[in-house]
Design a protein around this ligand. Structure first.
Ligand code: SF4
Length: 447
């Protein structure tokens, strides 16, 4: 069979990874974990060797027959595709794989999602968009076993003028609700304690399939954000929602948060507060009265943490419009905020807009924006001192647990540092009492 070597995906399409999963249910869980991470990072999973940019083979090495089968599968993938990463139990058995197949790109043992992802990144760079990525592009911090990203859809029906995602990934394509719930259930069974729901537009989930009814465990479930959240909330893990646009039906998930079914955390990318800017950005839900909405959400769920992202220095932004944004920030008192100075993305329509803001002005606005937000954040965190809260421990360093509360998404928000955390371990829930607060993080002790 001819060897095919694809090095980079054609421009405009997501990189594709082929996947072969062999072995027992434990290996299957590893495969789920790798596949979830691949999807969360924007890779497509290809159904054939020929249609893949590279292939991951998850092997079994338990008995001789399994070793044979695994080596055969690697050989087949090499012959058909040429670019192969090997993981799983056979990878842990010394040089067996490399002796038989010296051309494989990388070999890891079982339960090695971070290592497999590092090898994928090295040979097939991940797609990246600074306005859409929740996982920071720098350094690729790999997801530990106790939390996982759950991607519920691909693409987007909006056409924000600064974004090229729809032209790269197409219109919204919701994953079948049964498949999403199955993946979530598998992850929770494998030890995941927190599911981070991601997409380009989480509140639009199911619009493309007219909220079709799917099935999970024999039960009908509609392909819709509220119904999905309700079902996820029953799995026994924390469920955190990212990229929710402020459409009216978001009120339904606030009710689920108030009832303790899912975390009282909402990541809503507002991007600006000036109606003219929002119109130029062509943002969805631009006309919604966002301040009123935030007040109503907080009234319905006082524990709610609202996170958002903004762009300053968008083409044509006047000093007055920027001030409007600062006033919004002071009034909305958002808990967590990220901000970008506008930078043109190749191919985005916003680049053609008049009134480019000079770089120095952009940077000055960014600094003023962050100063206002630091003050808001400091005040909101200070109000938590003395309170008790549940946290999920990410890791423990020299007797101090680095943990997160419902208000802290991994990688993008703050942390809760718990002193005297002897006996604490990663992936464990704990009850703590807050003793001090900074600009972004909290200090605590076991309650
Ligand atoms: S909502 Fe806008 S920014 Fe987000 S993916 Fe769609 S087009 Fe891009």
């Amino acid at each position: 069979m001819a060897t095919r070597r694809r090095k980079t995906p054609a421009p405009g399409r997501a990189p594709r990874v082929g996947f072969v999963s062999l072995g027992c249910p434990k290996a299957l869980v590893d495969s789920e974990s790798i596949l979830t991470q691949l999807r969360a990072e924007g890779y497509d999973i290809a159904p054939s060797y020929e249609g893949s940019d590279l292939v991951v083979v998850n092997t079994c090495g338990f008995i001789d027959a399994a070793v044979e089968e695994s080596l055969e599968a690697i050989g087949e993938a090499l012959a058909a595709n040429g670019r192969v990463i090997v993981t799983g139990c056979l990878g842990a058995k010394g040089d067996v794989v490399r002796n038989a197949h010296p051309k494989v790109l990388a070999v890891t043992g079982p339960q090695a999602t971070p290592e497999v992802m590092a090898a994928v990144h090295a040979h097939l760079p991940r797609p990246h968009d600074p306005f859409a990525d929740l996982v920071p592009p720098q350094g690729i911090r790999l997801t530990p076993r106790h939390y996982a990203y759950l991607k519920i859809s691909e693409g987007c029906n909006h056409r924000c003028s600064f974004c090229i995602i729809p032209s790269m990934r197409g219109d919204l394509a919701s994953r079948p609700v049964g498949e999403v719930l199955q993946e979530a259930e598998t992850l929770v069974r494998a030890g995941v304690k927190e599911l981070l729901v991601i997409s380009q537009d989480t509140s639009a989930y199911g619009v493309d399939v007219k909220y079709r009814t799917g099935f999970w465990g024999g039960r009908p479930v509609r392909t819709r954000m509220t119904e999905l959240c309700e079902a996820l909330g029953g799995l026994g893990a924390w469920v955190r929602l990212h990229y929710v646009y402020p459409y009216p039906h978001v009120d339904e998930v606030i009710a689920l948060m108030a009832a303790g079914r899912i975390l009282p955390y909402l990541d809503v990318p507002f991007q600006h507060a000036s109606p003219r800017m929002l119109k130029l950005m062509k943002r969805p839900a631009a006309s919604e009265k966002n301040l009123d909405r935030i007040r109503a959400w907080r009234a319905a769920c006082p524990e709610l943490t609202v996170r958002s992202t903004f762009i300053v220095g968008f083409p044509g932004e006047t000093e007055g419009e920027f001030e409007e944004l600062l006033s919004f920030l002071r009034e909305a008192r958002l808990d967590r905020v990220g901000c970008f100075a506008y930078s043109p993305v190749e191919g985005a329509r916003a680049n053609a807009l008049p009134g480019a803001v000079p770089e120095a002005v952009k940077q000055e606005r960014l600094a003023r924006f962050m100063a206002v937000q630091a003050e808001v954040s400091r005040d909101r965190l200070a109000a938590k001192v003395g309170r008790e809260m549940d946290v999920l421990v990410d890791h423990v360093e020299a007797g101090v647990a680095i943990a997160r509360s419902s208000a802290d998404a991994p990688e993008i928000d703050g942390v809760v540092r718990v002193a005297g955390a002897k006996g604490f371990s990663a992936g464990q829930f704990a009850r703590v009492r807050v003793t001090a607060a900074g600009d972004h993080d909290l200090e605590a002790v076991p309650a």
